[in-house]
Design a protein around this ligand. Structure first.
Ligand SMILES: CC(C)(COP(=O)(O)OP(=O)(O)OC[C@H]1O[C@@H](n2cnc3c(N)ncnc32)[C@H](O)[C@@H]1OP(=O)(O)O)[C@@H](O)C(=O)NCCC(=O)NCCS
Length: 190
């Protein structure tokens, strides 16, 4: 099993694993084609980094970092019609409408003070509890460090603020910086 830096050839495989690992995530509710475009857009950003862990040629873990300058708003701006069409379809789902309000209120008006954002981390259900999540974080931080040549910080704004998720980030060097309406933000400082 190895961790490699991914490119847009892997967007479909990433989207499939995202859907499977985070079935209730609001991006998942927008559909697989949305996820593919979303990851393509992250790959196009300067300073983005998406790593994948493979087992026998299957993608079993992903971590995605991008600059905090980037947000889903940039994605929406460059894909206006596609974005609104998908939102209109998904808005029939109450869960999605609640998520959109959460994202707008909790996340976008609260600008994080950090250089990078850990956008997503997910590991195939059959491969969890084997340190793959920890390896992806460590490898990602080492790679950003190698590229940056100066100190930096990484924020993670948890959508699923479960005890296990918070514990997972804390175990991997992140500290809580904000608890806002029940959502937890953590930061990793170098
Ligand atoms: C969070 C996640 C990436 C951890 O991956 P992993 O490869 O199992 O991580 P590790 O083996 O390095 O660490 C396991 C630790 O994560 C914690 N953990 C967090 N979420 C967990 C989950 N949904 N299931 C199992 N363990 C979880 C466990 O407490 C465990 O701690 P322990 O080893 O002391 O028992 C993985 O559980 C996952 O993909 N979850 C679904 C997606 C998700 O919620 N992502 C984070 C969004 S904020």
């Amino acid at each position: 099993m190895e961790i490699i830096s991914l490119n847009n050839k892997y967007s479909k495989a990433i989207a499939e694993l995202h859907k499977d690992c985070l079935p209730n995530d609001f991006l998942t509710l927008l559909g697989e084609d949305f996820l593919i475009k979303y990851y393509n857009c992250i790959f196009d950003q300067n300073n983005s980094l998406i790593l994948g862990r493979f087992s026998e040629n299957n993608l079993v873990g992903v971590i995605a970092f991008c600059s905090t300058e980037w947000s889903i708003f940039q994605f929406a701006k460059s894909n206006v019609l596609f974005f609104f069409k998908k939102c209109l379809i998904a808005a029939k789902n109450l869960k999605f409408t609640v998520y959109i309000i959460e994202v707008l209120v909790l996340f976008l008006i609260n600008k994080p003070h950090a250089n990078f954002e850990l956008q997503y981390i997910f590991v195939d259900r059959n491969y969890r509890q084997k340190n793959i999540g920890a390896d992806l974080i460590n490898y990602g931080i080492a790679e950003i460090n190698r590229r940056q040549h100066k100190s930096f910080d990484i924020i993670v704004k948890t959508l699923k603020s479960t005890k296990e998720n918070i514990y997972f980030y804390q175990k991997n060097g992140f500290n809580i910086v904000k608890i806002f309406c029940g959502r937890v933000w953590l930061k990793y400082n170098t």
